[in-house]
Design a protein around this ligand. Structure first.
Ligand code: SAH
Length: 317
């Protein structure tokens, strides 16, 4: 617990208390010793597809989610059920927690583990979490525990106005970044990236990554990010990690928005934009989510239902 506090993951007594209460060893597979269960480590459940997340990252996410007592919470990606149990402690009532897991076998195991640990009220469903859990809506908080590069319209509808969404946001060519969005009004979500780059398992299901065209776009984004980072390196800019992520994000948005430009041209433009904005950290960028049809210009990551619009601090976008 001390080390989670020291590394800055644990910040509030509420989250610390939840960590003290939930017995993690009840959520790890039978072969894992209790000693291992309490290390700050990822425990694999299905290699490459499901894990019990690393406690320091879980703590960081719960702090950023800012869960209050009595709130209705939706988790996507139940896996072991450990995070769902922490959420139950935070809201004070297991019945307010809804969680969806795409792998039916894991959903069943998580349900059993939650029951053993005293959280039988948590609603566990096997299915594609992209579509949320309509029966439990509206939710004050939605937390995603896989890398999601997209947001489905039905899920957005289930977030209460004033509610919050937190997810590891998958950006092609970059590590996933924690995206925290607040819902201001129907179809209006805005926020920023928080914390540090993270690694989670990829999203599966309807809104997961797929086809060959997606693969090509990803390769292009990766080349643009490399070119932008090479430029920073050659320019001896000594960018910090967060600044380098901001540069990468701008490069990806430009690469997607300007399919005619070469990765090198994109890199030059990305560099000029972040330089003009004073080399902001990724957490200084503003992110707005808008219905896809509405947005055409600026630093835009256009996805299936929505566009994620980035704005540099100088107001450029
Ligand atoms: N929250 C978990 C860790 C999640 S690991 C814990 O506390 O232990 C990510 C999980 O997301 C995996 O179990 C994976 O099967 C699941 N997943 C991936 N895509 C999904 C989707 N579209 N809907 C629901 N679950 C999904």
């Amino acid at each position: 617990m001390g080390s989670l506090r020291q590394c800055g993951s644990l910040r509030t007594p509420a989250v610390e208390n939840a960590f003290r209460k939930v017995p993690r060893h009840l959520f790890t597979p039978p072969g894992v010793s209790p000693e291992t269960a309490y290390r700050d480590e990822v425990v694999p459940l299905i290699p490459g597809l499901a894990t019990v997340s690393q406690p320091s990252i879980v703590a960081l996410m719960l702090e950023e989610l800012g869960v209050g007592r009595g709130q209705r919470v939706l988790e996507l990606g139940t896996a072991s059920g450990y995070n769902a149990a922490l959420l139950a402690e935070l809201v004070g009532e297991p019945d307010l927690v809804y969680t969806v897991e795409i792998e039916p076998r894991l959903a069943a195991l998580a349900g059993a583990a939650l029951e053993r640990a005293g959280y039988s009220g948590v609603h566990v469903r096997a299915g594609d979490g992209s579509f949320g859990y309509p029966e439990g809506a509206p939710f004050d908080r939605v937390i995603v525990t896989f890398e999601a590069g997209d947001l489905a319209a039905p899920l957005v509808e289930q977030i209460r106005a004033g509610g919050r969404y937190l997810a590891p946001f998958a950006v092609p060519g970059l590590p996933a970044l924690l995206l925290r969005l607040d819902k201001k009004a129907p179809e209006q979500l805005a926020g920023s990236f928080v914390g540090i780059p993270v690694t989670f398992v990829p999203m599966r299901g309807e809104y997961g990554r797929r086809d060959a065209a997606g693969g090509q776009a990803e390769a292009r984004a990766l080349r643009a990010v490399r070119a932008a980072h090479d430029r920073a390196w050659l320019g001896e800019a000594c960018l910090k990690l967060g600044q380098s992520m901001a540069l990468g994000l701008v490069a990806v948005a430009l690469a997607e928005g300007e399919p005619e430009s070469s990765p090198e041209e994109v890199a030059v433009e990305a560099w000029e934009r972040v330089a003009a904005a004073g080399f902001p950290d990724m957490t200084d960028l503003r992110v707005r989510v808008e219905p896809r049809q509405g947005v055409r210009q600026g630093l835009v990551l256009a996805r299936r239902d929505y566009s994620f619009v980035l704005a540099l601090p100088a107001g450029e976008d």
